[in-house]
Design a protein around this ligand. Structure first.
Ligand code: HEM
Length: 99
């Protein structure tokens, strides 16, 4: 059995921290809006569990995770092969997404 070429390429790229690779491992599973909302709820709960509750930090971390979950991680439901090469890592600031 072993890994197919695509999966092997994705694992190697992930090892080097490439944004395209991270988006690929979250792609190709069909739409999963309910799971996304549950993941955001879990993230918020985790922030409370580790006492990252001071504002504005809590809100900014929530906003980043909710944004990434519903945009970049949710853009390629059909196939991981649709994710383009060379995606940039999003830059998030106290004011949200930076260009
Ligand atoms: C900001 C949002 C997210 C980031 C940056 C992120 C990042 C990552 C990274 C780096 C991995 C690889 C870990 C490893 O192999 O050592 C991973 C795996 C995974 N993530 Fe996420 N993730 C995010 C959101 C989500 C959400 C919202 C879900 C589910 C709704 C999810 C489900 C998964 C699953 C199932 C895996 C394992 C995939 C596999 O091994 O094939 N992630 N994530």
């Amino acid at each position: 059995m072993g890994w197919g070429a695509g999966q092997s390429r994705r694992r190697v790229a992930l090892h080097y921290g490439d944004e395209t690779a991270v988006v690929r491992i979250h792609s190709g599973n069909g739409p999963h809006a309910e799971m996304d909302q549950r993941a955001i709820t879990c993230f918020d709960q985790a922030l409370e569990d580790v006492a990252l509750t001071d504002e504005p930090l809590r809100q900014v971390l929530h906003d980043y995770f909710a944004w990434a979950t519903t945009t970049t991680m949710s853009a390629y439901h059909h196939s991981a092969d649709d994710v383009p090469e060379g995606l940039n890592i999003p830059r998030w600031s106290w004011d949200g997404l930076q260009d």
